[in-house]
Design a protein around this ligand. Structure first.
Ligand code: ADP
Length: 529
């Protein structure tokens, strides 16, 4: 049989041939920019020509610092065709982390959104390895130090699409993405062409994301987060229409975009969908095209799932990691039964998607039974799973071909995963584990609670005790005592939090996850009661 290599040129060719009548749409402040996939592919190849002219060599890294839009998409598709590696930097990282990741990656060129140049202006002097800066996007003021930099459109204007590109080896790194650093320093993961193609094919499977040619796909997950969950590549491969939101990710703008472009599949972390409640309540937007929401990256509250179900919109609940590019599992609602029975599978993270293997192990690395009860550390491996970190840091996370995920979980007889907690977020009280995630789920079900995080605080006697940090609903005056009464019938007595702190908002990490490291720093004083 043929040994056609699994490279992104396969994806680019298919998009340009099959997607002739399908669009890539970028939302602008007024209206939208629209191009066919064929035009996008042609522009990506013109970009290759321009990068070659700038002296970018195979094996080098080209970084991006931008929101999801046309030019950014062309970089994701174009840079790997040269054998170079595209490195989308998380624009929400702390400036010191931006410097760290860009230095580690030795980015040769950086493409930055005009509106984000003020952010990079702060750190530019600390990035002497960057040979060229290019400004993307038309919106926003360019910071003075970037005034002289070429604009993306100027750069590709005179170029002819690069022809006769030699096929790169499928194991060549195509993209470099960093973890969001929720529990430590961001770690780089290099995605090979092969992994990205297999991941894109995986996303087309009906038991995974089921991206099809008939979809209109809206990745709200930023490209700097595991390439927008791989959706640019899978949508291109499917030849479906892709809608890109630009910088406006608030619920009103997203609802408007879904309505105008008739989006069928939208993807974002739970925080985005939690913030959607007022839009659903007001009912001003016609959202009937939206058949499914892909959601993952953090625990998904049942209340959010129910709110959308009341409007006929169903969730795909995924568990994933940057190290898995990121697709690991998928849970979907049942098609039969009472409303509760239908939604029940979404409370879990679902079964591994075909191509990914999971197991739960004890502290000695022995596999535990798939009984839905045995709790241990989750390990993963698969066709698009990392086998090491970029530049080899944190090697102990990889053991005999398996990635130690840092998640504490169970697997049941049907293969469904239940994330109990992250190893670093568990509360260890009197030598026993308390799941912060489970306490948060119960607290989120209280009508007075808008958002909550449970963290471990040191305790003289018990080692650690759980403490809740709560954001109340706007009209709510719910007290600590009422929350404890709400939890009492639901959890063991020794799980009840020792205290609650009521705050206006929770600190978030660069990917919108609750920043428990920051909360622990603030509330770490010992509770001696
Ligand atoms: P970081 O580890 O820095 O947060 P990632 O963005 O790669 O970076 O996050 C992966 C982690 O996110 C997983 O290990 C898990 O803890 C969490 N996660 C992802 N999806 C889910 C989900 N559906 N439910 C609960 N936790 C999730």
């Amino acid at each position: 049989m043929s040994e056609l290599p699994l490279t992104l040129s396969l994806v680019l060719r298919r998009a340009s041939r099959m997607g002739g009548s399908k669009w890539v749409v970028t939302a602008l402040r007024e209206g939208a920019e629209r191009r066919t996939w064929a035009q996008v592919a042609e522009r990506a190849l013109r970009l290759c020509g321009a990068l070659k002219r700038l002296g970018v060599r195979p094996g080098e890294r080209v970084a991006t610092f931008g929101w999801n839009h046309h030019q950014h998409l062309e970089l994701l598709l174009g840079v790997p065709q040269l054998g170079a590696c595209v490195h989308p930097i998380n624009v929400r990282l702390h400036p010191d982390d931006v410097v760290h990741v860009s230095r580690e990656a030795e980015d040769a060129v950086v493409f930055v959104d005009a509106s984000l140049t003020p952010l990079l202006a702060e750190v530019r002097a600390r990035l002497p390895h960057v040979r060229h800066w290019v400004v993307m996007g038309e919106e926003g003021e360019v910071a003075p130090s970037f005034m002289g930099a070429p604009r993306y459109e100027e750069l590709i204007a005179g170029e002819a699409p690069l022809e006769g590109l030699s096929e790169v080896d499928e194991r060549t790194p195509a993209s470099l993405c960093y973890t969001s650093g929720t529990t430590g320093r961001p770690q780089g993961v290099e995605y090979s062409h092969r992994a990205l193609v297999l991941h894109a094919m995986g996303a087309l499977m009906v038991d995974s994301m089921a991206v099809s040619e008939r979809d209109v796909v809206l990745p709200l997950a930023p490209f700097f987060h595991a390439s927008g969950w791989g959706l640019p590549y899978s949508t291109a491969f499917a030849g479906a229409t892709l809608v890109l939101p630009g910088p406006r990710l608030d619920a009103g703008s997203v609802a408007h975009l879904i309505e105008r472009e008739r989006v069928t599949l939208a993807a974002a972390v739970p925080t985005v969908w939690n913030a959607f409640e007022p839009v659903l309540r007001e009912g001003k937007h016609e959202l009937s095209s939206l058949r499914r929401i892909l959601c993952g990256g953090a625990p998904l509250p049942m209340r959010t799932i129910q709110r959308f179900a009341e409007h006929g919109i169903s969730f795909l609940h995924a568990w994933g990691m940057t190290e898995l590019a990121p697709s690991g599992t998928m849970a979907r609602a049942r098609e039969e039964g009472s409303p509760e029975e239908r939604l029940a599978p979404l409370a879990l993270q679902g079964a591994a998607v075909p191509g990914i293997e999971l197991r739960v192990v004890d502290s000695e690395g022995r596999e535990l039974p798939w009984d839905g009860a045995s709790v241990g550390e989750l390990e993963a491996r698969g066709l698009w799973g990392a086998s090491r970190y970029f530049k080899g840091s944190e090697g102990e996370r990889f053991r005999a071909g398996w990635l130690r995920t840092g998640d504490v979980a169970t697997l049941d007889a049907q293969g469904a995963l239940r994330i109990v907690d992250r190893t670093k977020d568990l509360v260890k009280s009197g030598g026993e584990w308390i799941s912060s995630v489970e306490l948060e789920n119960h607290l989120m079900a209280h009508p007075g609670v808008k958002e909550v995080a449970v963290i471990a605080v040191p305790h003289e006697h018990w080692g650690e005790r759980p403490v809740a940090v709560v954001v109340r609903q706007p009209e709510s005056r719910v007290s600590f005592e009422e929350l404890v009464e709400h939890l009492r019938p639901r959890v063991a007595r020794w799980w009840l939090p020792d205290a609650a702190h009521f705050v206006a908002e929770l600190p978030k990490t660069a990917t919108g996850k609750v920043d428990k490291k920051a909360l622990r720093r603030v509330y770490a004083r010992s509770h001696a009661t």
